[in-house]
Design a protein around this ligand. Structure first.
Ligand code: HEM
Length: 314
């Protein structure tokens, strides 16, 4: 190519590239060779479409099991999006209001989608198929979603993840092991008949409890609730978004989710087998757990009505 005809903008770009590679002691020309031989990027490679579509391994031949798997995967991807935002917010020494509120809007948008799409589980599968294929999946359960727990640790003080009635048993609230010992979900997935931990819960604790302990420790002074108290106390824009997040994560999503349990499992005593015979009726309703990420942002009446019809109508 004749130098005279080379577009000056292209030359300027080449100079910039040369500078970039010189800094690292790299030979630009070799990298340009690489560019010459490299394939063009395709959509399917970029998003790993074939891998993505190969990640469903049903345990039965019931076609609706695909829906069950894919919807769980979709939910986990949304949880991942939520955590990406929470990681960014909590990594900042002092987040400004614009950043904080915009990121919370993203989190709330994701949770809104999850709440609105739960119908796919409630009405989008044949009940007869569900009750059969679900038996092949025991003791696995969405209860074992680690990302769901991670979101909780990012949101609030670990003490707020202990059911109110159990807080009196914690002698030293600063002792993370004591608090983690009473996390509310550790009394979920227990056997209805005996009160014993199911295998579902035992396996989950074995795999993740140490990780959760470390995460909660690392977030002691920089979870969302702490950031609110340090930097945004009384700021209505922030309060509105945090209240929305609390409502979505601790009332609306749990209620949408609970509808699926009620739809599939409640009809006759046989159905309860599909959970392995757990205490889910006492555990899942948000009005029983009353987990609230940001208790200072709610009135006493709102807290008393948490998860009840009066609260939801507001
Ligand atoms: C037909 C659909 C579903 C049914 C019948 C169902 C049923 C249940 C039941 C009975 C529990 C209580 C734990 C137990 O007793 O074993 C539970 C917990 C849970 N499930 Fe599901 N589930 C469904 C879909 C999903 C989906 C799509 C997700 C998404 C990841 C999910 C995530 C969870 C989570 C995070 C918990 C723990 C909730 C908490 O601790 O408050 N579930 N589920």
């Amino acid at each position: 190519m004749d130098d005279q005809k080379v577009n000056p903008e292209l030359l300027a770009q080449l100079n910039k590239l040369q500078e970039k590679y010189d800094v690292m002691g790299q030979d630009l020309s070799s990298y340009l060779d690489g560019l010459l031989y490299a394939d063009y990027l395709t959509y399917w490679d970029y998003i790993h479409l074939d891998t993505l579509l190969s990640l469903q391994s049903p345990k039965t031949r019931f076609p609706d099991e695909h829906i069950f798997i894919i919807y769980h995967q979709i939910t986990e991807l949304y949880f991942r999006l939520v955590i990406l935002e929470l990681e960014q917010i909590t990594a900042k020494e002092k987040p400004d209001e614009k950043f904080f509120t915009e990121r919370l809007d993203r989190v709330n948008r994701y949770f809104n989608h999850l709440e609105n799409s739960f119908d796919i589980m409630v009405r989008g599968m044949e009940r007869d198929q569900f009750l059969k294929f679900r038996m092949s999946l025991l003791p696995a359960s969405g209860f074992q979603s680690a990302q769901y727990r991670v979101i909780e640790f990012y949101a609030t003080d670990v003490m707020n993840l202990v059911a109110e009635k159990d807080r009196q048993h914690i002698a030293d609230p600063k002792n993370v092991d004591q608090v983690v010992g009473h996390l509310y979900w550790r009394s979920g997935a227990t056997e209805l008949a005996t009160g014993k931990k199911t295998l579902t819960l035992q396996q989950f604790e074995k795999k993740y409890l140490n990780e959760f302990r470390e995460l909660s420790l690392s977030l002691t002074s920089r979870n969302l609730y702490q950031l609110y108290k340090k930097h945004f106390e009384g700021n209505q824009n922030v309060i509105d978004r945090l209240r929305q997040f609390d409502t979505l994560a601790n009332v609306l999503w749990p209620l949408a989710h609970m509808k699926s349990a009620a739809h599939y499992l409640e009809k006759d005593p046989e159905d309860i087998k599909a959970t392995g015979g757990t205490n889910w009726q006492k555990y899942l309703p948000p009005r029983f757990q009353r987990i609230i990420f940001f208790p200072e942002l709610w009135s006493e009446q709102e807290k008393a009505e948490w998860g009840k019809a009066a609260f939801i109508r507001k």
